[in-house]
Write a protein of this length. Sequence first.
Length: 249
Amino acid sequence: MMIQVNGVSIDEAALADELPRHDGQRDPVKSASHELVFRELLRQRALSLGIHETDTEVLTQAVLDAEVITPEPDASACLRYYELHKNQFVYNDSIEVWHILFQLTPRIDAKRLRTYAGDILNTLYQAGPDAFADYARQYSNCPSSAKGGALGIVLRGDTLPEFEKAVFAMAPHTLLNRLVDTRHGFHIVRTGDKQEGSVMPFESVHARIADWLSQSSRRRATSQYLQLLAGQANIKGLDIEGADSPLLQ
């Protein structure tokens, strides 16, 4: 069934053109369809507001600026966030890390690679931590394999966020009992010495927190606004309830 927004049709050609921009989504067709509907809703709303723009980004921003009110976070809200999330503002902490990388490439089946890496992790647990270096030399796809998997002393910000989150949550001198997933593949991780850092004072991160909270508030307000437009519209051929848009990213 063709999608219609207040009587305006979204044809297959438009969907085909939009689809490549949603390759990373779980359901690219659904994601692209939602995006086209939101875009059409904003175009129609722009006309009703007397906004005449041909550039989609400019039109979107003009409508949102006119219609979406975003409260700015005050100092007390920023301080509250700081007190609840102090672990996000630690600096100079470090941890000694070794890893074994099972690299994920386009030609490799991710499910099979994960199973294989998990089997290696299980056998390494049985062999004990002293076997880590030998396993790294034998199985790791990282150049660090030549050094037994040693990455050395890692500071926050030195590695991928998903890798950093996992290793800094580990206790010192620990072999993690699960794989760490990153964009590069699957990692078996071991830690050595760990040095706790210091928390940055509120004054030095106040502006950063205010910016984070403002952006978060803007995303929520925009999401609510788009859902309001969708709720007031006559949309056929697509269930839009609860959908998010790349406009919010």
